[in-house]
Design a protein around this ligand. Structure first.
Ligand SMILES: NC(=O)c1ccc[n+]([C@@H]2O[C@H](COP(=O)([O-])OP(=O)(O)OC[C@H]3O[C@@H](n4cnc5c(N)ncnc54)[C@H](O)[C@@H]3O)[C@@H](O)[C@H]2O)c1
Ligand SMILES: N[C@H](CO)Cc1c[nH]c[nH+]1
Ligand SMILES: [Zn+2]
Length: 420
């Protein structure tokens, strides 16, 4: 992890690093775009055969293994896990569910004028694909984070894809009541859910996190006709602190750094001595944690600013996936982040598992545009309007005036005809 000052002699070098970090989303997926395109095209043209070939190559899928996991296998996995893990899964699922329920948008209507009614109705998507990572670590927690809000939204068909699923992931699927689970991952799974194969019918939208291959594949299919939630790629953490405990901050940095060699662990402060302590702590706590050591060395930075305000502005500029701040009063300056964690007693890992807010979060500076996955991603807000004849006669002339100003005679006439 390197310390970079934003002022003084090193200011220009620091600015160059910051510019690279701002471009990280696009430059990182560009590294794998070529290979991902080949995988997508192969699955689109050759279906299951290509899906199986890539799954055998990358994830060791055997010829005798069916793509679809049965409910019996999921039930056996549930029986195989410990009571302690079952209890933890139940709590995580319940908290994620109640958080999602609160986020569900409502149908409503109102009458701006007598006889004129406008409103919205909420309808679930029909079929969604939930990607649950399984390359380096199995992430059963992601199964709850993706499938549960889809269930709360009322999605009829929920497909889960995960490579070489671990017992824990299958157990989570059992608890969640998943019925369509395929043991495939990577770009080939995204292709299967987007285009369909002999075994897997296509879905309308694909959600969930993944590595660079998964993220690049989701972005590619989103340019065709499959919806996606967001780029939710290799994990990012920013801790912005003036008074924090270096041991706690170091622990949070290591926790998120261990997800991927591409993970982005960053500390921002105006206090040089705090930055030095945090860097030393992160390094010490990462000993023996191979992946964390790699990402801390490759993309780990402690930025030291001249002022507190500059530290805050820099945080917003980076728009990180996870952001930890010192206290609740910091929320006033936070503009861009996927999810915010407040204070020493709120390790980011609590949000990864049990708090309830979703851990599928925007990376690559997409925290400028949206927050984490939510039930809103699984519904459509459809607007509705209705006039009586009297209301049309009252409000219609305004439409006629605007339509004629745009030169759209047919629009104006379509109102006039019905006002008569
Ligand atoms: N942003 C978020 O919300 C969020 C949440 C959880 C996890 N994550 C991220 O998810 C990722 C999980 O990554 P993972 O790798 O463990 O699992 P993964 O399931 O995302 O990826 C594994 C797949 O990558 C493909 N792959 C690997 N090497 C390849 C190669 N050389 N060529 C083509 N395809 C290849 C394989 O098909 C394999 O199935 C991490 O980056 C983690 O940080 C992000
Ligand atoms: N920190 C990840 C989001 O970037 C989510 C996760 C799942 N399991 C552990 N952590
Ligand atoms: Zn995590």
């Amino acid at each position: 992890m390197k310390i970079l000052k934003t002022t003084g002699e090193s200011a220009a070098a620091t600015e160059a690093v910051l510019r690279e970090l701002e471009m990280r989303g696009a430059t990182n997926t560009a590294k794998v775009d070529g290979v991902v395109r080949e995988i997508l095209d192969a699955v689109r043209t050759r279906g299951d055969a290509a899906l199986r070939e890539f799954s055998a190559k990358f994830d060791g899928l055997r010829e005798d293994q069916p793509l679809l996991v049965t409910r019996e296998e999921m039930a056996a996995a549930w029986e195989a896990i410990s009571e302690e893990l079952k209890a933890a899964m139940r709590i995580a699922q319940a908290n994620i569910r109640s958080f999602a329920e609160r986020q569900l948008p409502k149908s409503w209507s109102f009458r701006p004028t007598e006889g004129m009614e406008v409103g919205q109705i909420i309808r679930p998507l029909s079929a969604v694909g939930c990607y649950v990572p399984g390359g380096r670590y199995p992430l059963p927690s992601t199964l709850f984070m993706t499938a549960t809000p889809a269930q709360v939204a009322g999605v009829e068909r929920i497909v889960v894809c995960s490579p070489k699923p671990a017992t824990e992931t299958l157990a989570a699927a059992y608890l969640a009541g998943v019925t369509e689970f395929y043991r495939v991952g990577g770009a080939q799974a995204i292709a299967a859910m987007a285009y369909g194969t002999e075994t897997i019918a296509p879905v309308d939208k694909i959600v969930g996190p993944g590595n660079l291959y998964v993220t690049a594949a989701k972005q590619a299919v989103s340019r065709e006709d499959t919806g996606i939630d967001m780029p939710a790629g290799p994990t990012e953490i920013v801790v912005t602190s003036e008074v924090g405990d270096p041991v706690g901050i170091g622990a949070d940095l290591v926790a998120q750094a261990e997800h991927d060699p591409e993970a982005l662990p960053i500390f921002i402060t105006s206090k040089l001595d705090l930055a030095e302590q945090v860097v030393a702590e992160a390094q010490r706590q990462a000993e023996g944690n191979e992946l964390a050591l790699i990402s801390l060395a490759a993309q780990g930075y402690a930025f030291v600013t001249e002022t507190v305000e500059e530290a805050q502005a820099l945080t917003n500029r980076l728009a990180p996936e996870h952001l930890t701040v010192d206290s609740g009063s910091d929320l006033r300056w936070v503009k861009n982040a996927g999810s915010v964690f407040i204070g020493h007693f709120t390790p980011q890992s609590m949000g990864d598992y049990v708090s309830g807010p979703n851990h599928v979060l925007p990376t690559g500076r997409n925290g400028r545009l949206r927050g984490g996955l939510s039930v809103v991603d699984f519904v459509k807000v459809i607007t509705v309007q209705q006039y009586t004849k009297a209301a049309l006669q009252e409000v219609g002339p305004h439409t006629i005036a605007l339509a004629e100003a745009e030169g759209l005679k047919g629009h104006a006439e379509s109102v006039r005809v019905k006002m008569r």
